[in-house]
Design a protein around this ligand. Sequence first.
Ligand SMILES: [Zn+2]
Length: 299
Amino acid sequence: MKIQPTLVALLLFATPAFARLNVVTTTQDPAAITRAIGGDRVSVKALAKGYQDPHFVDPKPTFMVDLNRADLFVMIGLELETGYASALISGSHNDKLASGQPGHLDLSQFIAPLEAVPLADRGQGDIHPAGNPHYWLDPENGRLMARAIAARLSQLDPEGKATYSANLAAFEKTLSARELEWSKKLARLEGQPIITYHRSWSYFASRYKLEVVGFIEPKPGIPPTPGHTLELIRLVQARGIKLILMEGFYDKRYPELIASKTGIKVAAVPNSVGGTEQVTTYFELFDAIVTAISAAAGT
Ligand SMILES: [Zn+2]
């Protein structure tokens, strides 16, 4: 086969002069942030899809192939990925990604966890005993995640340090501007009681001063029951609660039952980048959440 010289020139032109860092993340949120910080110096792949329940990810054999080739593994931590992360890392036969190595980044070490359960008090149904892992739903934690990612990319690829610093500065500037918009849109809900499906909105609620007073799940990770739902209906009526906030991948039957009995509104939102097709960046994630809450709450 004869190859056209122009094609060779094109291929050479399209290949970056440096080797890209190969980054694999567990979920799409650290992936989106890594893309924003790394630009064309990194190639990023997320194992779990944003429209899936992040607690229950099926560890496909292809994931080990991805990890075998990776320079950096990024995870949320706090036992969100307990079911699959360590098995994948050991199965990848890639020593760079072992815990404690520069190629292993557990982002939970850079945020202040909420709701850690003391060892003595841990019981059944506690799927998050080390602290609530849904911290990426506070945009200020997104800032901390971005800083940690920029630092680690700079360590692994010192020649890219100026790029990573500039991209981090741009990310933080946009984040600060958008946070003002999100705060403004949610200001009218400040102090209001809400119900969430899973205990996944603690950081978001804390940032925007919403009070989570009940959960559709009787305990984190335990599916709803008719008895618990009846209690929630009484709670909604007693306190005049106006909003159920839930992830799109959970079953809507119980929330809709409560809505039909009480008139409470249900906002089913993405909780991750990739949660819907429109949400491709960390900023679009909050745009989608804030818009859906505002629409459901009629503000
Ligand atoms: Zn959870």
